[in-house]
Design a protein around this ligand. Structure first.
Ligand SMILES: Nc1ncnc2c1ncn2[C@@H]1O[C@H](COP(=O)(O)OP(=O)(O)OP(=O)(O)O)[C@@H](O)[C@H]1O
Ligand SMILES: [Mg+2]
Length: 266
């Protein structure tokens, strides 16, 4: 059985029409259309697709931040609709792109990382400081930053704090929604290395949403391609002729062309 399973998941939002007559039902826009997807324990599944294709909506549905319109999402065979939010957040975590607004401006790094420890492991008072330091080490945050507040940190450091906080609950799944897109290449590489190390140690599964093809290729065992709300291709091997949809073929072809151009330039 897969750790996380999406079964024909659809999400509809009402379309606001200026001419809508009051007796008529609002027209619906399908942001996610009948998506079926499995995530295995300890695997890293990439999710790519053009802007507006429904990737973040899918992440919100998995975290039950918004209800699905149709279909079901199962975690270890159990529908998330039957789970309490606390249980979902204990087992799955979401790391967003905008780390600044995700961190409380008046809390320091220690308090931010220790907050989930208070909430999810209330009986373990003595171990909290040691666990906090261990999480910082895992995420590659220097001890000297313990007392700093978010405005005193760089983008990369803030992102690492978000990762440490996500790891604090010992989740089974972490969803990264363009989490490292806004930081420089070097910091990205360093965080990816850390994430790989954490994955091998903690056996956590990642759903990695990104526009960066190189990261997908390096970091993910499987890649799902989303287009206009649908999953149009899922692949393991980076071979254009294995793909069915023109959009995913184009995506791979473009990345191959860029690679050849780079090779010729250097
Ligand atoms: N709460 C909402 N109400 C109405 N429409 C929404 C809502 N949230 C998202 N949408 C619409 O759903 C579609 C998919 O949005 P989503 O944010 O999932 O795209 P995305 O693939 O994450 O794009 P990007 O790569 O730019 O982040 C968009 O057309 C968006 O406008
Ligand atoms: Mg998005």
């Amino acid at each position: 059985m897969s750790l996380l399973e999406l079964d024909q998941v659809t999400k509809e939002y009402p379309l606001r029409s200026r001419k809508r007559l009051w007796w008529k039902k609002a027209e619906q826009f399908q942001a996610v259309k009948q998506v079926s997807l499995q995530l295995k324990r300890g695997e890293c599944l990439g999710l790519v697709g053009e802007s507006g294709s429904g990737k973040s909506t899918l992440a919100k549905l998995i975290m039950n931040l918004e209800p699905v319109t149709k279909g079901d999402i199962l975690l270890n065979g159990c529908s998330i609709r039957q789970m309490k939010d606390l249980e979902i957040f204990k087992r799955m975590q979401l790391v967003l792109q905008d780390s600044h607004s995700a961190l409380h401006p008046k809390m320091n790094v220690r308090d931010i990382i220790q907050e989930p420890l208070h909430n999810f492991f209330p009986g373990e008072n003595i171990k909290r400081e040691a666990r906090c330091l261990q999480l910082m080490e895992m995420a590659g945050i220097d001890n000297s930053l313990l007392e700093r507040r978010p405005y005193q940190l760089s983008g990369g450091q803030k992102q690492r704090v978000c990762i440490a906080r996500a790891l604090a609950v010992k989740p089974e799944v972490i969803i990264f929604d363009e989490s490292i897109a806004s930081i420089d290449q070097e910091a990205q590489q360093s965080i990816l290395k850390r994430l790989k190390y954490i994955q091998s140690k903690e056996k956590v599964a990642y759903l990695f949403i990104t526009h960066d093809i190189d990261t997908l290729r390096e970091f993910c065992q499987r890649v799902a391609v989303m287009y206009k709300g649908e999953i149009i291709d899922i692949f393991e091997e980076w071979k254009v002729n294995h793909l069915t949809h023109p959009y995913s073929r184009l995506l791979l072809e473009t990345s191959e062309e860029t690679e050849i151009e780079f090779a010729q330039e250097s």
